[in-house]
Design a binder for this molecule. Structure first.
Ligand code: SF4
Length: 332
């Protein structure tokens, strides 16, 4: 099977006990059945602790409820007791996979590294070169992919090319990106896949209302992971926008575009995901005036990308409240 990853993927190393924002805090990890079954067999004090810590959450999933906001297996040196005593393979699938986001499309797979992880974030923002992707083959057998992928893949390449065309300013590229996505969405809606790749940029409707501060108020109304997120959004609403390196904003746009655009194969909604890319760049740029660009991206990613309800609510808002017109006006 073909697997595609960002060009910095192989350089990722977990910071483990030195991580300033460990992923073993704040999130309650769902424990997969195979790991839970294995924990039933672990002898000694660690086995007893594993079995007594394992509980069902409100959705009926097995998890280790947090203790003072921390995973009960995170020791005083911020290291995982399970990993230390039993090896990485004994940790749950979620723990082993983090910070990887894996998207399986049947005939190929794409893996990215969440920008909420400080080590992955530093790799993404540690270069001003255009972000590229590597593909390699694995032994795994391919399955048949959705027919729409044949049209969505070249379209995404075209959209990524627009984002990385450094011959024009990033704002203009983001506006072109939106208008091509708008036009391609019309082809998707009319069930004309072949027309999608010949689609020309469509005129963007005028904005009805300004994007800011409404976008920040909306984010503050979502589920909160870090208690100070609403206050960070409030400060960003009051702060003057500060210029951020265009090359890094471009890498952020490409990070989101690569991860989300192809997911339109599941529900036919390309436009909201293209809007998500532009929205993320604009919001992260605003937040950066308060906490700096890497931290702004890390916080946005943690609050939105790791909470399915928040992500779905944002896509819904992009469908109905913040359209291409509002986003394009905010780029001017
Ligand atoms: S957030 Fe990233 S660097 Fe930190 S502990 Fe988790 S995987 Fe490792």
């Amino acid at each position: 099977m073909r697997v595609t990853v960002p060009d910095y993927y192989e350089n990722f190393r977990c910071l483990a006990g030195d991580c300033p924002h460990t992923c073993c805090e704040k999130w309650e990890v769902v424990i997969d059945e195979a790991s839970a079954a294995f924990y039933e067999t672990v002898p000694g004090p660690l086995g007893e602790k594993l079995r007594s810590a394992l509980k069902k959450d409100q959705d009926g999933d097995l998890c280790f409820p947090l203790n003072g906001g921390r995973c009960p297996f995170l020791d005083s040196e911020n290291l995982c007791e399970i990993h230390k005593e039993l090896g990485e393979e004994a940790t749950s699938v979620t723990c082993r996979e983090h910070p990887r986001f894996t998207e399986d499309y049947g005939s190929f797979r794409e893996v990215t590294l969440s920008a909420s992880c400080p080590a992955a974030n530093a790799l993404l923002l540690g270069s001003e070169a255009p972000l590229t992707f590597h593909t390699f083959e694995t032994e795994e057998a391919e399955e048949e992919g959705d027919e729409w992928l044949n049209y969505l893949l070249p379209l995404r390449s075209r959209l990524l090319d627009i984002l990385t065309d450094r011959s024009c300013p990033l704002e203009a590229r983001l506006a072109s990106f939106l208008s091509l996505a708008l036009s391609a969405q019309n082809c998707l809606d009319d069930d004309r896949p072949k027309a999608m790749n010949d689609a020309a940029e469509a005129p963007i409707p005028p904005a009805e209302d300004p994007l800011f501060p409404a976008a920040l108020d909306f984010l503050a109304s979502l589920e909160v992971l870090d208690a100070d997120w609403p206050s960070l959004l409030e400060q960003a609403a009051a702060a003057e926008k500060t210029p951020q390196p265009e090359a890094l904003l471009e890498r952020i746009a490409v990070y989101f575009a690569f991860r989300y655009l192809l997911k339109a194969v599941n529900d036919g909604d390309l436009l909201s995901r293209a809007e998500l890319v532009v929205f993320a760049v604009l919001v992260v740029e605003r937040l950066a005036a308060v906490c700096g660009l890497p931290e702004a991206l890390r916080r946005f990613s943690a609050e939105i990308e790791h909470d399915d309800d928040n992500l779905e609510a944002l896509l819904e808002a992009l469908r109905w409240d913040f359209g291409p017109g509002e986003l394009a006006a905010a780029l001017e």
